[in-house]
Ligand binder design. Structure first.
Ligand code: HPA
Length: 256
């Protein structure tokens, strides 16, 4: 049976729709593999012939800021539980004009603006120094299945089948000048958690793709200041759709 792991971001800290859930405690030996504990316990359930794993990136309840997440422990724990592929869910700010609140983007590229995060397993301590190929940071087959599922669902605010995800350090939002720079660099959306998650998955050779939910216009992309209450409302509706998407993906086999 195929195992798909979901890493939920802001707005997606639980998956209560799943039934017959088994829970792997965060502190258990299986999940702590020498680099500390993952962000949350990992829940496991079978849906429609697919084994699903769910991990809340910011913890459950949500407490970890993007730069304090133990991305390495999260990835190792999912690998230990047999994840064949990983779908990451990321909240993001919209930079390009079509990336309005509620829109979903399946990024095909990223730019990493983060710093000071533990961003490799091949650090010469945990594993010997090595380099991975990362021209295409996301798995194409998995992106294609997400695209197929989104097309079938036909959600009201639409989606983009590609885009560049700029990953900033946070936890603060960006200045207008920073967003202008990201836009000049070619970024379509901006978020804080896409890296080092994507590269760590690549180092472990686990196919990985992301679905970004745009929850606000990025700084300077609206005449008003970013309203945190509005972000909250978009997150609630968006995550209902993301869960529909995940169930839809479970029904699509890899050859479609
Ligand atoms: N910037 C960075 N990360 C984000 C944003 C943003 O505007 N919105 C949601 N995550």
């Amino acid at each position: 049976m195929k195992t798909i792991a979901i890493i939920g971001g802001t707005g997606l800290t639980e998956f209560s729709e799943l039934s017959n859930v088994k829970c792997h405690a965060q502190e258990s030996k299986v999940l702590d593999l020498g680099l500390g504990c993952p962000s949350s316990a990992i829940t496991e359930a079978v849906f429609n012939g697919t084994r699903l794993l769910f991990l809340s990136r910011h913890g459950h309840p949500r407490a970890l800021p993007p730069h304090k997440i133990n991305y390495r422990a999260n990835l190792l724990a999912l690998q230990a539980l047999g994840a064949d592929e990983i779908i990451a869910v990321n909240a993001a700010g919209g930079i390009s004009t079509h990336a309005v609140a509620g829109h979903l983007v399946i990024p095909d590229q990223l730019i990493d603006y983060t710093h000071g995060r533990e961003n490799t397993f091949f650090d010469g301590a945990f594993r010997p120094l090595d380099h991975v190929e990362f021209s295409y940071p996301y798995d194409e087959g998995l992106r294609q299945r997400i695209y197929t599922a989104l097309k079938q669902l036909a959600l009201p605010l639409g989606f983009s089948r590609s885009g560049v995800y700029g990953v900033t350090q946070g936890p603060r939002l960006e200045t207008i000048a920073e967003i202008r720079r990201l836009e000049q660099d070619g970024c379509d959306v901006v978020g804080m958690t896409g890296m080092p998650e994507a590269v760590l998955a690549r180092e472990l050779e686990i196919p990985y793709a992301s679905v970004c939910l745009v929850v606000n216009p990025a700084a300077g992309k609206t005449s008003q200041e970013i309203a945190l209450e509005e972000i909250h409302a978009v997150l609630i509706q968006g995550m209902v759709e993301i869960k529909q998407l995940i169930f839809q993906i479970c029904g699509i086999n890899s050859s479609e």
